[in-house]
Design a protein around this ligand. Structure first.
Ligand code: COA
Length: 167
């Protein structure tokens, strides 16, 4: 009998920082593959608030504290093209979360380009639940800078890091 190959999926993003919306998508992705790699992009274009190593460790902490994981989940940084990273890891699927209609245009273009570059890798979209539709990392950083309450949207560990960073 031949052993079946583990299904490997990638959930990429900047995660600057990771939110409860991301964690909800991660939990759902973890039910669909055997190994989920949460891939943290350098993304210098976005001028992140947190260094890559910090974004990785904050994401690791939140995932370690997450209840209900459907599969093995690892967190890895990447600096290359996403599809190259996915190939290196033997992943067959890239997951993306879709929130409002405004995400669609960008996601549509990115998926189209990735499909041209690596037709063997599928992109699968999960709709963000209504609770997390309007959450974005940029909004959270802005709310924190202006003294608003971000506790509904991030874990206590991440909240602490954001508050330290905006001090
Ligand atoms: N809940 C809450 N917020 C969510 C969310 C969810 N479920 N899904 C996305 N978001 C938010 C993020 O917080 C982020 O907000 P921000 O823009 O205010 O920071 C925004 O939606 C999108 O971010 P994210 O999902 O992290 O993706 P990204 O657009 O930052 O990352 C990469 C895009 C990393 C996948 C892309 O740049 C990439 O592939 N880079 C590698 C280089 C490459 O291959 N380029 C060629 C692409 S064709």
């Amino acid at each position: 009998m031949t052993a079946t190959k583990p299904r490997i999926g990638i959930y990429p993003g900047t995660f600057d920082p990771i939110t409860k919306g991301h964690l909800h998508i991660i939990r759902r992705c973890s039910k669909l593959v055997d190994h989920l790699i949460v891939a943290v992009a350098t993304n210098p274009n976005k001028k992140p608030m947190f260094k890559l190593a910090d974004r990785v460790s904050m994401t690791e902490t939140d995932i370690a504290n997450m209840e209900e994981k459907g599969c093995q989940i690892t967190v890895e940084p990447f600096e290359s093209l996403l599809v190259e990273f996915a190939r290196q890891k033997g992943a067959g699927v890239i997951f993306r979360g879709l929130r409002a209609v405004s995400d669609f245009e960008y996601e549509f273009q990115m998926t189209g380009m990735n499909a041209r570059l690596a037709p063997e890798i599928e992109t699968v979209f999960l709709m963000a639940s209504d609770k997390w539709q309007f959450v974005s990392s940029s909004f959270l950083k802005e709310i924190a800078r202006l003294g608003g309450d971000i506790s509904p949207f991030v874990t206590p560990a991440t909240q602490e890091k954001i508050l330290e960073a905006v001090k």
